[in-house]
Design a protein around this ligand. Structure first.
Ligand code: TYC
Length: 104
């Protein structure tokens, strides 16, 4: 972001840029496996990643066909929390569903 200040003879001068750094973002991917049910993956996408039912079904099918799909992009804390939630809910149901995180 650029800033301006007045110099001694009244002109405008561009101040050194004052960068506000945004935090690094992390992609969270859902990974395919042979045992987790399609319905459970759709539920996870709706409940944890706040996707619509239609988008959830599309993302689930993309994972099923291609091995993985992007579920969302977040700051590290949020990405870790979502990954842990997926792990916990999957374990509760006895599914091996996994997420992976990748720095953008
Ligand atoms: N491959 C699974 C099946 O045939 C469905 C599935 C989709 C599993 C997406 C995991 O992240 C996943 N039941």
């Amino acid at each position: 972001m650029e800033d301006f200040e007045l110099n001694p003879d009244g002109g405008l001068e561009v101040k050194e840029s004052q960068e506000i750094k945004s935090p690094p973002l992390y992609k969270v991917f859902l990974l395919n496996d042979d045992y987790t049910t399609m319905d459970f993956v759709i539920n996870i996408l709706e409940e944890v990643f706040h996707k619509s039912p239609v988008e959830s079904a599309q993302i689930m099918l993309h994972v099923h066909k291609n091995g993985r799909a992007l579920a969302g992009v977040y700051i590290r804390d949020i990405a870790e929390t979502k990954t842990a939630k997926v792990q916990k809910l999957s374990l509760q149901k006895g599914f091996p569903l996994k997420c992976s995180m990748e720095k953008e």
